[in-house]
Design a protein around this ligand. Sequence first.
Ligand code: D5M
Ligand code: FE
Ligand code: ZN
Length: 549
Amino acid sequence: MPLEATARIVSELTSRGYNAEREAVTLLASADDPQAALERVVEDLPEDALVVRTDHVDAALAAAPAANPAAGDGSAPDTERATDESAAGSALDTSLGDDDRGADASPDATEDPSISTGGQSADHGATGGNTPVETKGGVTVERSVDPELRSLEIAGDMTGESTGTGEYEDFVSVFRDRLERVGSKLRGRINHRPASAIQSMPGGDDVAMVGLVNDIRSTASGHWLIELEDATGTFPWLVMKDREYVDLVDELLCDEVLAMEGTLADDSGIAFVDSMYFPDIPRTHEPSTADRHVQAALISDIHVGSEEFMADAWNAFADWLHTEQAQHVEYLLIAGDMVEGVGVYPNQDEELDIVDIYEQYEAFNEYLKKVPGDLEIVMIPGNHDAVRLAEPQPGFDEELRAIMSAHDPRIVSNPSTVTLEGVSVLMYHGVSLDEVIAELPEEKASYDDPHKAMYQLLKKRHVAPQFGGHTRLAPEEEDYLVIDEVPDIFHTGHVHKLGFGKYHNVLAINSGCWQAQTDFQKSVNIDPDAGYAPIVDLDTLDVTVQKFS
Ligand code: D5M
Ligand code: FE
Ligand code: ZN
């Protein structure tokens, strides 16, 4: 497969910081053992060489001993690659103890039945009854990927598109855009009226409105008063404590968009809620799948530069990616927190292994080099990364892109949507999950089940509905945080817990992290899921979890 071989050689060389003449690459590709030849060439290159030329390759090939596959001490041609024991990753069975992963494990009946699809029990935390069921020693293989079969498209990347000045008018436009776009998913379902019109309707009339949640208050008698706002004004809605909808009140966040239907009080000053509607994901949503068996690894929160960064686990993951077991993993998505950063949290410097932010990214790039060069890599920033903290966060600047150049990753904004062979993945770092978990009752969102907090974001069709708490909003003309199109996969990180499940057929995955428990996390009892890599089959949307720690 000459095309594959040349592409691989080019990316190997670039990942080590070299350019190459076209003929030099062809020559390398036609060697008996291109990988060994490449190693030799690199080893013998003059120190100041930036470009690999044909004469370098000629010299290296001439000096090489005759190819003898059986020869030697068993060391792999590339010593950075997997050795048998270091490549051992253990697969976690994701179908609740049934070790036939493809089989029809029956869905956990106690869970929302709507989340069960794809022949898998649908709802998982990292530790919920799963035990490592297999440990496969990995043998480094030549990955036989055909780049022609791949496709990768990006949407919603706002890098370079920022128009916000942070002025009041920008907040007006971003909320107007939010109401318009999220509201459009509700307006067809009810006979809504603007707030200003509702104020002048006669008492007793049936009314409906689409608006942003402006305020949520409980009344002295235990009912709930919810103020909705639209472009014309605000209107108060009362949810009586004995109505079935009262259970939904604890899910509400300020600034989310929803619709209410009800009856106007006699004086028309308030309406009694009969129904509440969320923009939501249609239950009929049918996800797209890839036409061939191909996989994506979804990870986040690497935190290179932290004393707790788990280099061994990362190296085992990188080695595993070179093994036969991982040969179908062709995409690697990284949802933010590449590095630990500097000054992100108080006293964070006490736990820094690398104190300079650029050196952190350089170290990250070294770790990135260890994964196979033929992977397509997409990354977005997180709250520890060196971009603005307010969301949406643009992709890294040119200087950082130049540092994180191993394997030529696609660097896009947080959030962004990447479509892999027809399967759309909404990537969002996940700072708002802290908010959702803090505001909602335990059974609806918790650190142990981070995917359930993600379901709430899907239901609200917005990745960071509530503004002003943990989540900082950079107002733009457009609200880039709206979930406009239904994604096939929703990928977040940030809370350092692994969990996944399906919500109305959308696969929600919160990847764990590569950082052991920090002192802060110890103090607040966060027990991170570190060293796991969830792997998604893009042809079935099934998930397997590989453990490397
Ligand atoms: O945050 C990882 C998780 O830990 C996330 O849920 C926030 C929480 N966290 C970690 N450190 C702090 C401090 N100092 N204050 C508040 N919350 C914290 P990450 O940002 O990915 O490190
Ligand atoms: Fe993180
Ligand atoms: Zn984070």
